[in-house]
Design a protein around this ligand. Structure first.
Ligand SMILES: [Zn+2]
Length: 156
């Protein structure tokens, strides 16, 4: 019996449906607690003075703990953005916009949704949320200590 002409099976469909708890650690735990109170907490490196949001337990440049905390305003500027035209399972209904937002006083970008835009015409998106656009956080009515306690950002 020859097996040369048979096509090998290369994939098999499986189903995973998992619920699990993610251990946040002290730094992200404090950040998430702040979100429940509509506060955006950041921390600062004592060596290079960069301000991280989301906060980091240590500065990857200076190799020191970043345990000086501060609260940032819920406003900032869009530095980069993209629009998702295709949906992902468990994600929002497309189209939706995601931006890298530099909150006032932050050295890093916070990635988040930008709502309230007219995404019907791709050619007008840049005019609406191009780099330099000022945005502010819109808080979720129900907050439980997750990044979506900020429902999205909107243009100011
Ligand atoms: Zn540093």
């Amino acid at each position: 019996m020859s097996t040369e002409s048979t096509t090998p099976i290369t994939t098999q469909r499986v189903h995973w449906d998992l619920n699990y708890d993610v251990h946040l650690g002290a730094t992200w735990g404090r950040f998430m607690q702040g979100l429940t109170e509509q506060r955006i907490l950041a921390n600062r490196c004592p060596e290079c003075s960069r301000v991280f949001v989301p906060p980091q337990a240590y500065c990857e440049s200076c190799f020191v703990k970043t345990d000086e905390w501060l609260e940032l305003p819920p406003e900032g500027v869009v530095e980069a953005f993209t629009v998702a035209w295709q949906g992902f399972r468990g994600g929002p209904t497309p189209p939706y916009a995601i931006a890298g937002i530099r909150l006032d006083g932050a050295s890093t970008l916070l990635m988040h949704y930008v709502g309230g835009l007219d995404l019907g015409n791709p050619h007008t998106v840049r005019e609406q949320i191009g780099p330099g656009t000022r945005v502010r956080a819109v808080w979720a009515e129900q907050r439980s200590g997750q990044i979506l306690d900020i429902a999205h950002f909107e243009k100011i």
